[in-house]
Design a protein around this ligand. Sequence first.
Ligand SMILES: Nc1ncnc2c1ncn2[C@@H]1O[C@H](COP(=O)(O)OP(=O)(O)OP(=O)(O)O)[C@@H](O)[C@H]1O
Ligand SMILES: O=P(O)(O)OC[C@H]1O[C@H](OP(=O)(O)OP(=O)(O)O)[C@H](O)[C@@H]1O
Ligand SMILES: [Mg+2]
Length: 282
Amino acid sequence: MLRVAVPNKGTLAGPASEMLAEAGYRQRHEQRDLTVLDAANDVEFFFLRPKDIAIYVGSGELDLGLTGRDLALDSGAPVEERLALGFGGSTFRYAAPAGPHEWTAADLQGKRIATSYPKLVTDDLARHGVTAEVIRLDGAVEISIQLGVADAIADVVGSGRTLRQHGLVAFGDPICKSEAVVIQRRGSDADQVKDQLIARLQGVVFAQQYVMLDYNCPRELLDEATKMTPGLGSPTMAPLADESWVAVRAMVSRKEAPAIMDRLVAVGAKAILSSDIRACRL
Ligand SMILES: Nc1ncnc2c1ncn2[C@@H]1O[C@H](COP(=O)(O)OP(=O)(O)OP(=O)(O)O)[C@@H](O)[C@H]1O
Ligand SMILES: O=P(O)(O)OC[C@H]1O[C@H](OP(=O)(O)OP(=O)(O)O)[C@H](O)[C@@H]1O
Ligand SMILES: [Mg+2]
C-alpha cells in the first residue's frame, strides 16, 4: 500500500485534494478525517500539517507528499521533487518598511529578521555572508516590525497585498520561487504504484495547462493554420463533407489559446471551439 501525505489545512489543502480527486483517488469527505484508504488504487492518504509533510516523507515513513517547495526546503528533510503541480505559486522574499532608503540584502547585517521559515532565511543569509538574528514566528509575520520585535521580515508573497497593507516593500532577489510539488525521500526506490500516481497527477496538471482547439479550415490554408496549432505531437485532421475544408484538432496552451483563436479567425478558419481537458496521458 502506497502512503501519501496531503496538506490538511492552509492554502494548499483544497487544491491538493481536488487534484487527487480529479486524478481518480478517493479523498476525505470530513475536514477532520486524518486518513483515507483508497483500497481500489492501493493508496492510503494521510492529512497532515503542510509544514510536517517533508519530515514524514524524508524519514521514509510516507512514500510521497504533496507540499510547497518552500516548506520542503525549509524542513531540511532529505526529499526530492517528483512533480510540480502548477498551483500554490508564491515567492519568498525579504521585506522592510517603505521609506526613502531602499534596502539590500547587505543592510540585513546585525538586524532582527522575523520569519516562519527560519532555515530558508538562515541559509540565504549565509549565502550573502550576512550575520543577522532570525526570529521565528508562526504567522502574521508582517505585524512583527510595528510591534517592535524585528527590523525586517522574510515571508511568503502571493498577491503582495499583505505587504502593502502593512507599509512594507519587498527587496532583494526572491529567496525561493515556490509552488505545490510532489516529493519523495531522496534516492528512494522506483515503485509501480508510486509512478502510477505521479503519471495520473501529471495528466491532470497537463490537462489544466492546455485546452483542446477544434476548428474548420479551408484546405489551401491548412499549412498556415497548423503552424499556429502544431499540437504536442502533430494535429489531428479529418476531411469534411465539403472537400475543400478540413477539420483540425490540437492541444494548445491555455494561456495562449485566446490569441491563437484570434489569429485562426484572421487566416480564415471557422467554427473554432476551445474545450477543457479533464485529464490526459501524453
Ligand atoms: N498567498 C499565500 N499565502 C500563504 N501561502 C501561500 C500563498 N500562496 C501560496 N502559498 C503556499 O502555501 C504554503 C503555505 O501553506 P501553509 O498551510 O503552511 O500556510 P497558510 O496557507 O498560510 O496557512 P496557515 O498559515 O493559515 O496555516 C507554502 O508553500 C506557500 O508558498
Ligand atoms: O501576498 P498576499 O497575497 O497578501 O499573501 C501573502 C500572505 O498570506 C499568508 O498569510 P496567511 O493569511 O496565511 O496568514 P499567516 O501569516 O498567519 O500565515 C502569508 O504568510 C502572507 O502573509
Ligand atoms: Mg499562513
